[in-house]
Ligand binder design. Structure first.
Ligand code: FES
Length: 148
């Protein structure tokens, strides 16, 4: 008995087309999933961007008066140490400024106040201003390191 060859009936063409479409859709979903995961991985990678603020000041030129730079305050603390504070308010990031007497640091956005050590005196900010690292460059001048 001779075996009949499968015919190219319209129903089998429809099946092949459906399977091909499903395979294509699955492949696109798979590739999209990997692209999404790769994007999330890149975005969640810790950023270690650091900016250096060249103050142009020798350590001996830094006194008790607060010097204001675009991203930081710089002054000499009680223990004669050089203090650098991040000017970004710990509430929502507005730029903090020094009071006229220089005894407090004030946020113009929602009224937070900090003492000279960056400790919050009045909210809504509850966390202290960030202390920044300083170093002395090859010219003998203080550099402030701001990290994101
Ligand atoms: S951003 Fe400073 S108090 Fe809100």
């Amino acid at each position: 008995m001779a075996h009949d060859e499968p015919t190219d009936a319209p129903e089998s063409g429809w099946r092949r087309e459906t399977i091909a479409r499903l395979a294509l859709g699955g492949g696109l979903l798979f590739a999209g999933g990997w692209a999404y995961l790769a994007l999330r991985l890149v975005r969640s990678a810790p950023r270690q961007a650091s900016r250096a603020i060249r103050t142009g000041l020798r350590p001996g030129a830094i006194g008790r008066a607060i010097r204001t730079f675009p991203m930081a305050f710089l002054f000499r603390g009680r223990g004669r140490e050089v203090v650098a504070l991040d000017r970004r308010c710990t509430h929502l990031g507005c730029r903090v400024r020094a009071s006229s007497g220089g005894d407090q640091l004030l946020c113009p956005c929602h009224g937070s106040r900090f003492d000279r050590q960056g400790k919050p005196l009045r909210g809504p900010a509850t966390r202290p201003l960030r202390r920044l690292r300083t170093s002395v460059d090859s010219r003998g001048e203080v550099v402030i390191h701001v990290e994101d």
